[in-house]
Ligand binder design. Structure first.
Ligand code: F6R
Length: 245
């Protein structure tokens, strides 16, 4: 069932998301979490780290699979998603390193790497709970707007709007990698539960199109409405263009 929660602000979005993730870990200590990077989930990870430090959560059996990684960036690169995950979560909780997975941005054969990553997700039994952020252009993972929904993991050329949006994490826009490896819609839609987080007025149009527009690869997140168990967790700024009910 689709659930739409309009939270007051970013803090409330993070509090609710962290609560749902914590419940997932408590109910299934060896669960597979699908993780996202970017600005939106940082407050969620911070809360999970705090709960771990307080002895309320145990990550020793948890497995994680991230959505994506920039092509050409290695795990030690400050801007890589490997490093992001270490900074925001992995270095602060008792996740076992061998249980954390991201696509390799340095794989010599990206096609092979994408196949390996899809097989890995399948071998873990799929994702129990998938966290997603929302691109200003409606992307999820790095599934950019296009003519068709992509199925498997693949290499993608980032759109100009994504490069511009992510330039804030790099010394200058010219340093943003032009390509990334991302899981496709099969892995995302195959998750048992999905939590889509959106915060801030710059996401308002994408939120409206995602929830009220046609289901189309031109707005990749619109496909989530076909998922049987998705929670859209949106703050009031991101939800400001939604029709009042
Ligand atoms: C990150 C990812 C992206 C982001 C999206 C929103 O792993 O897959 O889809 O979730 O670009 O990014 P922020 O949260 O920085 O606005």
């Amino acid at each position: 069932m689709d659930t739409i929660i309009i939270a007051q602000d970013y803090e409330e979005v993070c509090g609710k998301a962290a609560g749902l993730l914590a419940a997932q870990i408590l109910l299934k200590p060896d669960c597979v979490l699908g993780l996202a990077t970017g600005s939106t989930p940082t407050g969620v990870y911070k809360r999970l780290c705090t709960q771990y430090a307080a002895g309320l959560l145990d990550f020793s059996g948890v497995r994680t699979v991230n959505l994506d990684e920039y092509a050409g960036l290695g795990p030690e690169d400050e801007q890589s998603y490997h490093m992001y995950m270490r900074h925001h979560l992995f270095d602060h909780v008792n996740l076992q390193a061998e249980n954390t997975h991201l696509p390799s941005g340095l794989a010599p054969d990206q096609k092979e790497e994408c196949m390996r990553y899809d097989e890995l997700i399948t071998s873990l039994g799929g994702v129990d709970m998938q966290i997603l952020g929302l691109g200003v252009n409606g992307h999820i993972g790095f599934n950019e707007p296009g003519d068709a929904f992509s199925e498997g993991s693949h290499t993608v050329s980032l759109s100009e709007s994504t490069i511009a949006a992510n330039a804030r994490f790099f010394p200058d826009a010219g340093k943003v990698p032009r390509q990334a490896l991302t899981v496709g819609m099969k892995a995302i839609m195959g998750a048992k539960k999905i939590l889509l987080l959106a915060s801030g007025e710059n996401k308002a149009q994408a939120v409206r199109d995602m929830l009220c527009g046609p289901i189309t690869p031109r707005l990749p997140a619109s496909i989530l409405r076909l998922h049987p168990d998705v929670t859209f967790l949106i703050d009031s700024a991101a939800g400001q263009l939604l029709p009042q009910i």
